[in-house]
Design a binder for this molecule. Structure first.
Ligand code: GLC
Length: 541
């Protein structure tokens, strides 16, 4: 059991975090839906990994049109998952084990069933309630056309009509109306929400969809062929990376500053490129860290990986921060499947109608294990998504009628969406839901899911679970500093972190390991050689 406690600034910069998708982690009451009691009952598993904290995807009251990113009450837990008392108890239990808990803050939109939106619809255009959202008269003689050509990130138009020629904006699903951050009441509302969770015991926030918070209030048409992003100092894009976003982020950081000696983390999901623009969100009075999508989406290619690692390190350290390293989350095809597909295949597209023979699951797992060690060895924080420590693959054959992700319908069924990485975890080899809970599972688990289970892997030194435990323990013991130096090594990505060398073999043949004692490797290394698609850590002194 882990007992290490990093200091305030260290845990935000260099911690390892376990991401929980609460509906799919563990189900205590047997209704087939994971819950807070399930998380509390399985905290020992997370602690056994030696991580510093947990990030929990939205667990708030919600009609669940977008996996809980459609919130109706930011201060209430969804009844399927538990109560506020359960949340408080989870914070306490986790803290006892040395684990900090980050909650998800969703400021870009609410559910269309949120009382704010319901009253905005009732009060009508021009009312104070209405200015909390983006209502706009449509084009055409009677407003029958959308106010602009903006597209939802999930497919289809970003505007939905409410009658009488009025429309509202939603950059995601139609059930997720965008909030209008030009309305000053929002800043106070969210400050109060942030205080609420800190007082209950949260140690920080992962903040959702920050890139789109501020909008051009004239809502001009936009085609992505223009300059892709806002140019320094000028707001070119009408709803991405606008200068006003920074003022909003600063307002949350000010609220954090009122509490616990600044020991509360603020981590942004800010989908902005290039890094020079993203790094602005790491200013001293903004986020402690931002997610690194260039890395997350990088194919298994040493040239691209190396340049993306270098760019992230340069940009983040220029602001006194460190990057985050993430290979999987609740929005992307799991790494063990992505890395098993040829590089020219788009994993999300393959899920829908790709040739299943293109998938090499053994190679995918081999590379996912090597990739995990590579990411863990880099300076910064490391996030792993539940099941990654089991080497779980994407469930690519979910029947279409089971799909719940709004992307499936909004894309005109051209994308299968993200349900395949959200299938409930297997804890035991057998049983109705492989130990997920005493009942079934809200998304079907494939037959044979139990062979990936914690029970099947615990104590087996060759398992992915034991590899994660070993390497995360070494990470917190030996890599808790910022030093980093590239090592030139043909066919490999190699670097030195004080006395530890990490080396990943991207070439088709074995390569000779550098001098040093082998600390851990993602596969056995014999006779001083490193097989293809394997990472090893060595101690050089
Ligand atoms: C973020 C979340 C994703 C969600 C979207 C809208 O990208 O990670 O799951 O669908 O925001 O809230």
């Amino acid at each position: 059991m882990t007992t290490h406690h990093r200091s305030a600034s260290e845990w935000q910069r260099r911690g390892a975090f376990y991401q929980i998708y609460p509906r799919s982690f563990a189900d205590a009451d047997g209704d087939g839906i994971g819950d807070i009691a399930g998380i509390r009952a399985r905290l020992d598993h997370i602690a056994s990994l030696g991580v510093d904290g947990i990030w929990i995807n939205p667990w708030y009251a919600s009609p669940m049109r977008d996996g809980g990113y459609d919130v109706t009450d930011h201060r209430a837990i969804h009844p399927d998952l538990g109560t506020i008392d359960d949340a408080r108890a989870l914070f306490d239990d986790a803290n006892q084990l040395g684990l900090r808990v980050l909650v998800d803050l969703v400021p870009n939109h609410t559910s269309d069933e949120h009382p704010w939106f319901v009253s905005a619809l009732q009060a009508g255009p021009g009312s104070p309630e209405g200015t909390r959202y983006h209502f706009r008269r449509g084009r055409g003689s009677s407003g029958e056309l959308p106010p602009s050509n903006w597209q939802s990130a999930f497919g289809g138009p970003a505007w939905t009509a409410v009658g009488d020629g009025e429309w509202y904006l939603h950059l995601f699903d139609a059930s997720q109306p965008d909030l209008n951050w030009a309305d000053p009441t929002l800043e106070q509302e969210f400050a109060s929400i942030v205080r609420f969770w800190i007082e209950l015991g949260a140690s920080g926030f992962r903040v959702d969809a920050v890139q789109g918070l501020s909008k051009d209030s004239s809502y001009p048409d936009w085609t992505e062929s223009g300059p892709a992003h806002t140019v320094e100092g000028t707001d070119v894009h009408p709803y991405r990376d606008r200068t006003a976003n920074h003022e909003i982020v600063r307002s949350w950081r000010r609220t954090l500053g009122e509490h616990a000696d600044g020991d509360v983390a603020l981590i942004g999901e800010v989908v902005v490129r290039p890094w020079e623009r993203l790094a602005d969100y790491l200013a001293d009075d903004e986020f402690h860290q931002v997610f690194n999508f260039d890395f997350l989406e990088c194919p298994w290619d040493p040239g691209q990986l190396r340049s993306r690692i270098a760019a992230a390190l340069d940009a983040a350290t220029s602001r006194g921060a460190l990057p985050t390293w993430v290979w999987s989350n609740h929005d992307i095809v799991r790494a063990a499947t992505r890395f098993g597909l040829p590089m020219d295949v788009d994993p999300a597209q393959w899920l829908l109608d790709g040739d299943r023979a293109l998938l090499d699951p053994q190679r995918g797992l081999l590379r996912a294990r090597a990739a995990a060690l590579l990411a863990m060895a880099l300076p910064g924080s490391y996030f792993l998504y539940q099941g990654e420590e089991l080497g779980l693959p994407e469930v690519h054959d979910l029947p279409l009628h089971c799909l719940l992700d709004p992307i499936f319908e909004r894309s005109g069924r051209a994308s299968k969406g993200r349900d395949g990485c959200r299938v409930p975890l297997p804890w035991t080899r057998c049983g109705r839901s492989f130990g997920f809970g005493p009942g079934g599972a809200w998304l079907p688990q494939p037959s044979g899911w139990g062979r990936h289970s914690v029970e099947a892997q615990h104590g087996d030194p060759s398992s992915t679970l034991e590899l994660f435990r070993r390497s995360l323990a070494l990470r917190s013991e030996l890599l808790d500093h910022d030093d980093f130096e590239w090592i030139e090594f043909p066919g490999a990505i190699a670097f030195e972190r004080r006395e530890v060398v990490s080396i990943t073999n991207f070439s088709p043949g074995t390569i000779e390991l550098p001098a040093g004692d082998l600390l851990v490797a993602s596969e056995p290394c014999t006779d001083g050689t490193l097989p293809p698609d394997v990472t090893a850590w060595l101690r050089t002194s």
